[in-house]
Design a protein around this ligand. Structure first.
Ligand code: HEC
Length: 136
């Protein structure tokens, strides 16, 4: 029993030391996104949009989810599909002025995998179309 416990302890220590995927979404946000989007997600006027009023409403539309997973900062982040999904779900719950609705559909690794490798032709145009749809 003691030996088993030692083996488990070593395995856990190795996993923590080697697995980048052991990072929590909050840490991934700090490392990969915060430099542009700032700690609270508010971004920078004229340069980086605030996710505080866009992420949750965008996430309610198929086209909005598609957009969010394909913007360069998300699609090209050095994170796995599962990490991206967990990160977007964390952002929706922690960096949004718009509360996550009861029926909020969490992003999944499969969904991210299906979207992130298709580059957006025009990021600005896609975003403007979404804003028009949300205002209708
Ligand atoms: C180099 C700066 C930069 C980094 C790093 C970055 N982004 Fe972005 N992000 C932008 C800009 C600029 C936009 C607006 C779309 C565009 O031009 O790419 C954007 C758009 C977005 C959007 C859509 C929001 C909206 O209202 O249009 C989301 C969601 C997002 N980023 C999430 C992330 C996440 C998550 C990360 C980290 C994994 C990240 N970004 C890293 C600059 C960045």
């Amino acid at each position: 029993m003691r030996r088993l416990r030692a083996v488990v302890a070593v395995a856990l220590a190795l996993g923590a030391a080697t697995g980048a995927s052991a990072y929590q979404p909050r840490v991934n946000y700090q490392l990969q996104c915060m430099g542009c989007h700032h700690a609270d997600g508010a971004g920078e006027d004229g340069r980086v949009p605030s996710v505080r009023r866009s992420l949750v409403p965008f996430s309610a539309l198929a086209a909005g989810r598609d957009f969010v997973m394909r913007v360069p900062g998300v699609a090209q982040a050095p994170l796995s599909d599962a990490e991206i999904a967990a990160l977007l779900n964390w952002m929706a719950r922690n960096l949004s002025d718009v509360p996550v609705p009861a029926g909020f559909v969490d992003y999944t690794a499969e969904e991210v995998a299906g979207a992130r490798h298709r580059p957006l032709a025009s990021v600005r145009e896609a975003r403007n179309l979404l804003l028009v749809r949300l205002s209708e």
